[in-house]
Design a protein around this ligand. Structure first.
Ligand SMILES: [Zn+2]
Length: 178
């Protein structure tokens, strides 16, 4: 279970799509492995939420402990609940192997080290492969009194991202006072 705000944010994004046969590509940031991701604050730390897992829970209810949410479409960035099903780690790995997604010669990590669990560090900032911004940029954005539209132009990102940064919805671990 993620934070309530996480489900609200995912519901917002679910509302953007209607064609249940198509893949619904997560429109925000993704993990290096291509999964839609969100972060939220809990117990004074930044936690990672997977968009496809949150989407599954919204549409179909809680995910049993230790189970994976798998994609029938083999598209990790998809969060269309009708493309998602519950599987065990074993099923998930067998499924991926059958689809050629396992890497030859590499053993698969299990438990918390499993790729599907994600690495919190990946979303903590510029380590994130999809991130266009560096922490220094975020600090500058937070300190700036320029209009969002100007900042968006200057940093080559959308105004939504700028606004989310200013509202501390993303990059919340970056403090402007450092
Ligand atoms: Zn899909």
């Amino acid at each position: 279970m993620y934070s309530d705000s996480t489900y609200v944010r995912v519901k917002d994004k679910l509302a953007l799509f209607s064609d249940t046969s198509a893949c619904w590509e997560w429109p925000m940031s993704k993990t290096r492995a291509g999964y839609g991701q969100l972060t939220y604050r809990e117990d004074n730390s930044t936690k990672l939420a997977y968009a496809h897992r949150a989407s599954f829970e919204i549409a179909k209810g809680p995910i049993p402990d230790g189970m994976c949410v798998c994609h029938t479409c083999d598209n990790p960035g998809c969060f269309n609940p009708s493309h998602l099903f519950i599987g065990s780690h074993q099923q998930n790995m067998a499924d991926m192997a059958s689809k050629g997604r396992t890497k030859k010669g590499k053993s698969y990590p299990i438990g918390d080290a499993h790729w599907a669990k994600g690495r919190r560090k990946e979303v903590q900032g510029s380590n994130n492969g999809n991130s266009k911004l560096e922490e220094a940029d975020v600090i500058e954005i937070l300190r700036s009194s320029e209009k969002n539209v100007r900042l968006a132009e200057r940093f080559g990102v959308s105004q939504t991202i700028i606004s989310m940064i200013k509202k501390r919805k993303v990059w919340a671990h970056v403090s402007p006072s450092v």
